[in-house]
Design a protein around this ligand. Structure first.
Ligand code: PCA
Length: 218
């Protein structure tokens, strides 16, 4: 009998003209690892609103993870962004990979306006900082496909999968991408992979989050 617990790690395909997505590479690297007695299952979603949602539902049904860490690229951000808030809104600034560009619609009709991450983001932040990895709490995951999946995870956790905890972490451009996006911040892939491992370990092993100031004034 398989007594492993499963942690699902989600990444996304490249989008908006990019040829790589760091989140995909992180997921490929972590798939099959074991962290804190959890089997890590990696999955890459299409960066497309309709297809990503459908793929997410199928993944949850198949793997029944008790923890989901979703990762996505946030080009221009300088460090690891531990997302605090998922909002029930889509407002696509660019078309997704299916050519869809929905504006000002709900992720899920008749669902709450927002959810907080159910991962211990302050404990994750503290551990990343102790390892010297640039990181911060972020209070917006945007209004594109990543926020959609973050929100869908939170809502499905609240309504259909009560034992599942979930959250979202945005990562910067890779070093090679930053050359194409002039003056952008970047991070080495190995640092991102290590950061994701740390986040997973802390999320799996922390019952009560830490409390220290890491908010924003604007
Ligand atoms: N980043 C986009 C979608 C896929 C990804 O990696 C976002 O932040 O919405």
């Amino acid at each position: 009998m398989n007594t492993h617990k499963t942690a699902l790690v989600i990444g996304f395909e490249p989008f908006n003209g990019d040829t790589v997505n760091p989140s995909q590479k992180i997921v490929d690297a972590l798939h099959g690892e074991k962290i804190a007695n959890h089997a890590i299952v990696g999955a890459v979603l299409p960066t497309a609103f309709v297809a990503a949602f459908a793929a997410l539902m199928e993944l949850l049904e198949t793997h029944r993870p008790n923890l989901v860490l979703a990762l996505g690229q946030a080009g221009g951000r300088a460090g690891i962004s531990l997302e605090r808030v998922a909002i029930n809104l889509i407002d696509a600034r660019v078309p997704d990979n299916a050519g869809d560009q929905p504006v000002d619609i709900a992720v899920i009709d008749d669902a709450p306006n927002a959810y907080f991450s159910t991962l211990p983001i302050k404990a994750m932040l503290r551990q990343l900082q102790m390892r010297g990895i640039p990181a911060a709490i972020s209070n917006t995951a945007g209004t594109f496909v990543c926020n959609q999946i973050f929100f869908a995870l939170a809502h499905l956790g609240a309504t259909q999968y009560p034992k599942m905890r979930s959250g979202f972490v945005h990562v910067p451009y890779l070093t090679e991408q930053a050359k194409l996006h002039s003056d952008s911040a970047f991070m080495e892939l190995q640092t991102m992979i290590e950061a994701a491992r740390i986040c997973l370990h802390v999320a799996i092993t922390t019952k009560h989050d830490l409390h220290f100031a890491a908010g924003a004034t604007h």
